[in-house]
Design a protein around this ligand. Structure first.
Ligand code: HEM
Length: 506
């Protein structure tokens, strides 16, 4: 496995500065290592096995550009419960369903916290958006009432693809899908479309990237003032862009501008602003905690980051696999023809009858989990798991990408896209079956799962039903680029370009 240093060293640094830095680091390393060598047997208590850490940086140098893959290969050597050091932070990497169940179900309470990282400091004012579960029911219970938005926005997507198809041009499907989801989620979250003048997607992409990267400042705090990777500078810029944006929205809302209150639902943002300056804990007079602007902005940043990109990334990968496996695309279109017929578009009421579509989606999640390491958890106390000692404030990474490719779980064709494997296997996505947990599970599981699944099903079904698809320039399915790009989510590294032909009789 190639090890890449480029992600954690600044490319613009001159070689003399680097040499000086390494000499200084070397001296400091030897000094600190001498006094605080990490010990796999803490007071006779055994930590899980793992690779030997270097002084100061621990195992960060082993992560490379695609940490989920590097950790997958390391786990083959050290096992499904592995310990590594990220700087001075003890980190547990879990890579099997049995181990995931131990940490996320048996010891869920201990591992339900999130670490305090630089990205949270800047984007969410040091974690002022932490009360996610409180709002979870919002995402889940409103799925039905957003059906008209889905119908009209997915209809517009089909129209735009149809126009491009009519003139025989190539379409950037990644962008088209990302746009429709941005539109749909903006209406759900803000009650309106995004302001065209601001490239909101660019800001969100940057936020996701910076929240996903392994930032040296989080693991080796004494290096933070040097900002060696340039992430602090970028965090400041991206967070102030997002906060300005939300400040403007709160102002507009308070002045009654741009808000249409005639809708049959109340947007998430309206709900938040209606709580502005009210006490969160009205029954506690000693410690009145007021729900302020910073809380709203922090929560909105988290909601946007959690919802905009995740669904479009999954659709992008599912479509990539459908194009790579024309047999599966044909089988899906056949199911749609039987259930829906060629004379009309798909309706949401058709979705429960599309069993093969569900298998395709599960198979896509198995090979391309959007959050390959979930979102890092943190332990709140010392705990013993499977006879291993896990110290308080350990970070927990659950490698769902690795679990999805394990031949012991998925048989020898684990690397193959084969939706039929779910035919006789009762596995659902709600977190009961630890082989497949793309939405996480337990206290920190995804509260937006139901909404995300409906959005995915309707967009995928509509695109597969309304069009026949081919790759541009005579490209063969097996030539399709499958390169991943690591951030908090795991999108394709390059956009998906395709050609289509309208196939409905109307
Ligand atoms: C295909 C789409 C999606 C996938 C694959 C996905 C996956 C995930 C995962 C893996 C987590 C972390 C679980 C953990 O760390 O244990 C998470 C958290 C979260 N998701 Fe999603 N998600 C999706 C869509 C959405 C949507 C549409 C929303 C909102 C409407 C949403 C809101 C959240 C929130 C608020 C959290 C944080 C929960 C917490 O920290 O307690 N997600 N999601």
């Amino acid at each position: 496995m190639a090890i890449s240093y480029c992600d954690w060293l600044p490319s613009q640094m001159s070689s003399s500065t680097l040499t000086l830095l390494f000499v200084l680091l070397g001296t400091l390393c030897s000094f600190i290592y001498f006094f605080s060598s990490p010990n796999r047997n803490k007071n006779g208590r055994k930590l899980p096995p793992g690779p030997a850490p270097l002084p100061i940086i621990g195992n960060i140098h082993m992560l490379g550009n695609l940490p989920h893959q590097s950790l997958h290969y390391l786990a083959k050597k050290y096992g499904p419960i592995m310990s590594i050091m990220l700087g001075k932070v003890p980190t547990i990497v879990v890579s099997s369903p049995e181990a995931a169940e131990l940490f996320l179900k048996v010891h869920d309470v201990v591992f339900a916290s999130r670490p305090k990282v630089q990205s949270a400091k800047y984007f969410t004012y040091g974690g002022k958006a932490l009360a996610f579960t409180q709002y979870g029911s919002y995402c889940a219970s409103k799925v039905e009432c957003f059906a008209p938005i889905r119908k009209s926005d997915v209809g517009l997507l089909v129209e735009s693809v149809r126009k491009v198809a009519a003139v025989g041009e190539t379409i950037n499907l990644s962008l088209a899908v990302a746009k429709v989801l941005e539109e749909m989620m903006s209406k759900v979250l803000f009650g309106r479309s995004m302001d065209d003048k601001i490239d909101f997607k660019l800001l969100v992409d940057e936020a996701l990237h910076l929240s996903g990267v392994f930032n040296l400042s989080d693991y080796v705090p004494f290096l933070a003032p040097l900002d060696l990777q340039g992430y602090t500078r970028r965090l400041k810029k991206a967070s102030s862009g997002l906060h300005e944006f939300f400040d403007k929205m709160i102002d507009e809302y308070q002045q009654g501008i741009n808000m249409d209150d005639q809708k049959p639902y109340r947007s998430f943002f309206q709900l938040m602003v209606s709580m502005l300056d009210t006490p969160i804990n009205p029954n506690n007079e000693d410690q009145p905690y007021i729900f302020g602007r910073e809380n709203i902005k922090a929560i909105m940043v988290d909601m946007v980051a959690a919802s905009f990109d995740t669904t479009s990334t999954t659709i992008e990968w599912t479509f990539t696999e459908l194009l790579k496996h024309p047999r599966v695309m044909v089988a899906l279109q056949k199911e749609l023809e039987i259930v829906v017929g060629r004379n009309r578009m798909v309706e949401e009421s058709d979705l429960p009858k599309l069993a093969y579509l569900d298998m395709v989606i599960k198979e896509s999640f198995r090979l391309h989990p959007v959050a390959p390491l979930l979102i890092p958890h943190e332990s709140t106390e010392d705990v013993t798991v499977n006879r291993y000692f896990i110290p308080k404030k350990s970070r927990l990474l659950v490698n769902t990408w690795s679990m999805g490719r394990n031949p012991k779980i998925w048989s020898s064709n684990a690397e193959e896209f084969f939706p039929e494997r779910f035919k006789d296997r009762k596995i659902d996505l709600r977190g009961h079956d630890f082989e497949l947990i793309p939405f996480g599970t337990g206290r920190r599981g995804c509260p937006g799962m139901q909404l995300a699944l409906v959005n995915m099903r309707i967009i995928l079904a509509q695109l597969a039903h309304c069009f026949d698809w081919e790759l541009p320039g005579g490209m063969l399915p097996n030539e399709l680029d499958m390169t991943e790009k690591f951030s908090l989510s795991l999108p394709r590294a390059n956009r998906l370009l395709v050609k289509s032909t309208y196939r409905l009789i109307a």
